[in-house]
Design a protein around this ligand. Structure first.
Ligand code: GAR
Length: 218
């Protein structure tokens, strides 16, 4: 049954570092017509540069330092409390470099997105640009997917691709992939928050065709 949206989707962005994807989401959400608003930015690292960038935009920030907790479950409980305290509908992981417990993931199932710097299911984990070069692929890119307990798995919403060029190294690939990440993530958040991309079992259905350039770019 269709629901009438009385408010924009309330989004928390979780970061661990620079936060350039977070900034892209904040900038998109500045438009009142954008279907999501960023209501909270959380970092597990106090030194994350993205915290200052969020605060400069007037967004509430929280540091939940994982080192202050006895185990993952205790950290995740604090994170969960912060998200619920801010009345968050949807969580966007944006360079959040911490594994979440299955219980936490289950309680946010279908309401948590991640961006990963590879064309999943290729090159999970870290050092994805080096992995791509070592594999000799000619296309590389980024993926936004719903989060499931297994790392860097979960239903894919959208991907953007770049060609791998002769002479590329991990840094040059990272420089071109991040440009696509900052373009793709706001588009995907709009699709999900606007109800146009929906989780159907372990696949994502996109209600109406988004422009090709949004979902795939060479
Ligand atoms: C991005 O490339 C993101 O895809 C990656 O960390 C970077 C964060 O950059 N995330 C992961 O590798 C998660 N597995 P940012 O802080 O500038 O957004």
């Amino acid at each position: 049954m269709a629901t009438v949206r009385s408010r924009r989707t309330r989004v928390a962005v979780l970061i661990s570092g620079r936060g350039s994807n977070m900034v892209a989401l904040l900038e998109a959400a500045r438009d009142p017509a954008y279907p999501a608003e960023i209501v909270l930015v959380v970092s597990n690292r106090p030194e994350a540069a993205g915290l200052a960038r969020a605060a400069a935009s007037g967004i509430p920030t929280r540091t939940i330092d994982h080192k202050a907790f006895a185990d993952r479950a205790a950290f995740d409980a604090a994170l969960d409390a912060a998200l619920r305290g801010a009345d968050v509908d949807l969580v966007c992981l944006a360079g959040f470099m911490r594994i979440l417990t299955p219980d936490f993931v289950a309680s946010w199932a279908g309401r948590m997105l991640n961006i990963h710097p590879s064309l999943l299911p290729l090159f999970k984990g870290t050092h994805t640009h080096r992995q791509a070069l070592e594999a000799g692929v000619r296309l590389h890119g980024c993926t936004v997917h719903f989060v499931v307990p297994e790392l860097d798995a979960g239903p894919i919403v959208a991907q953007a691709a770049i060609p791998v060029r002769q002479g590329d190294d991990p840094d040059s690939l990272a420089d071109r992939v991040i440009v696509q990440e900052r373009r793709l993530y706001p588009e995907v958040l709009a699709l999900v928050a606007g109800g146009r991309a929906r989780l159907e079992g372990d696949r994502v259905e996109i209600a109406d065709a988004a422009p090709d350039g949004v979902l795939f770019s060479l």
